[in-house]
Ligand binder design. Sequence first.
Ligand SMILES: *Cc1c(COP(=O)(O)O)cnc(C)c1O
Length: 477
Amino acid sequence: MYDKLIFELSKQGRRGYSLPAAEVPAAEIPEELRRKSPLDMPEVTELDVVRHYTNLSRKNYGVDQGFYPLGSCTMKYNPKINEELASLSAFARLHPLQPASTAQGALAVYFHLEEMLKEVTGMAAFSFSPFAGAHGEACGLMIMKKYHQSRGDYKRTKIIVPDTAHGTNPASASVVGFDTLVVGSTPEGTVDVEKLKELLNDEIAGIMLTNPNTLGIFEKDIMEIARLMRENGSLLYYDGANLNALLGVARPAEMGFDIIHLNLHKTFSTPHGGGGPGSGPVGVRADLADFLPNPRVVKRDDGYALHYSDASIGAIGGFYGNFLVVLKAYAYLLSLGKEHLDKVGKFSVLNANYIKESLKDDYLLPINGLCKHEVVFDGLIKGGATTLDVAKRLLDYGYHPPTIYFPLLYHQSLMIEPTEAESKETIDDFIAVMKKIAAEAVQNPELLKEAPHNTPVRRLDEVKAARQPVIKYKDMP
Ligand SMILES: *Cc1c(COP(=O)(O)O)cnc(C)c1O
């Protein structure tokens, strides 16, 4: 019965609320403002509604239910104490328009988190305005543009991205009005420095890199790349959406990056994945700080204040970013402390390498050697099943699949990111299931081709879903 849609549970006259009789006379709504026909809403009791949504939520899958190895997404455990802090009314009920003098605690959180992120990354200053990673990229590239233009250099209209780049990188470059040039990778999965040299000239504003890149490989030539870019008068942008592998171990500033963004909703423990609130703070080297978006939190003799810089690229969003996400990142870093931060980096790398070594006899490993926080396979070694079949079969075993068909470099990409948060037992179970699926692909490939078998919805026709989307309930007006 709970597979029914809420409209189908409707019975005329049922109500989900009861209100006491009004103590004041009812106000008349003028005739012209009244609906011409009654609103077609489901008529259900409170119990119906609670059961309906509870059952719907159980069809969902989240990191609080099970292993979620979605590569490039850093689906780590988000400590519940952070949520509790963020729900305290002293934080949750602040109003963005209240005077700074009455929000000193919140401004202190911004200030101290900035100090911590400076320490973690080596950058000189941060802005918390961006609401997402991609928003941070666009903001960072606006700063890059402004930097060149402030030096009277209007010629630099091109951004270089590697062929392994996250799709948001070239997208952000075009949003900010840059053209994108793609630089190829070596067979080891890192930027091909010789090919990079061929692209350099006085039209190159900068390069966008992720390190470790989206293949999970560390760009070992980063110092040479930084030298080449600098010599060319170009800047280095660091996409730090997934900083997991580096936490407490290495810092983007020391690799020569000038502008970076972080995803607080990946690396710094805010639940994400449903398009929920995010935060993509942008960090810069010292001489770029004045270009950061307005306003920034500064510390003065009489307390914390909002600072507006004339050289700024301006405001890039309402008010001061997603404060509660900032607060959770602050709590997360405080609870780890300087002493334990490197464990995030080291365990995320250890876990990914453990999976890589355990599965390399069953799944094609295009790049041998150490990976960082994630590992990319190129589909099964044996049997006719595709990466999509493997992903669908994983659903039958109760796992969220890894990222599939990204990076685009391989035809059957399967990108696994276990994060530091998982136990050896959980990872061993996952490895056992992946091996079982590899065996099924040889013995009974139909089982994979027709998967999933035991989910509420079977395999969807993705082409039809894209071409012919049905997005409203059939009986709705
Ligand atoms: C997730 C991610 C982004 C984009 O972040 P959003 O918050 O989803 O906009 C950018 N780059 C990389 C490498 C990512 O993994």
